[in-house]
Design a binder for this molecule. Sequence first.
Ligand SMILES: [Zn+2]
Length: 203
Amino acid sequence: MRHLLIFGLLLGLAPLASRAQMAQAVPVDAATAQAVLAQAARQYPKFTAALADVREHDPLLRRFVVVTNAGPLGSPAAAFGNGAVRLDRRFLESSQPGFDDNRLVVVLYHEVGHLHYFSQVPPGQRDTQASERAAFDYSLLKTKALAEAGDCAPLQTGLRFMLLRSQSNDLADPHVRALKSLVQEPTYAEYKAYVASHCPAQP
Ligand SMILES: [Zn+2]
């Protein structure tokens, strides 16, 4: 009973927390967004290149929005059904633990993966876990293409963090549920095998 109560509380509180976080996220004006991204280009050149690539080649990204968020650090980014991807400027303005250039590339492609899911599944049929799975799959697909083009680090980083996050016990989090099955499946093993045979060992 106690477990059910705690689980119910988690389920009930999580949407409230994310609504509160959303309310605190305020889009910056165009000039500020440009300045933040220009400044970040030095510290995060791979992320900058990936964003330019998405903007040029993927019409599903309708708007890339930089937001100011006064709340506690949560997810760096979020995707929306209207084709917007939002990024918390704090992840570009100062280095946050675990979010280096390679990880931000993974985050970007994850969010774009959500846009692909939204474009394929009508609102009434969407499922949060399936949406996360589609986002992780898309980030793996795109970072493998980067590996084939000579940079293995984003793929290696993505695989490492997916495995780590799959070990969480927070089953109210659809990312965790999606990852718990993904890391057990042949797809994940195939990406690991690709890295093992094509990529240098990580330092
Ligand atoms: Zn996601």
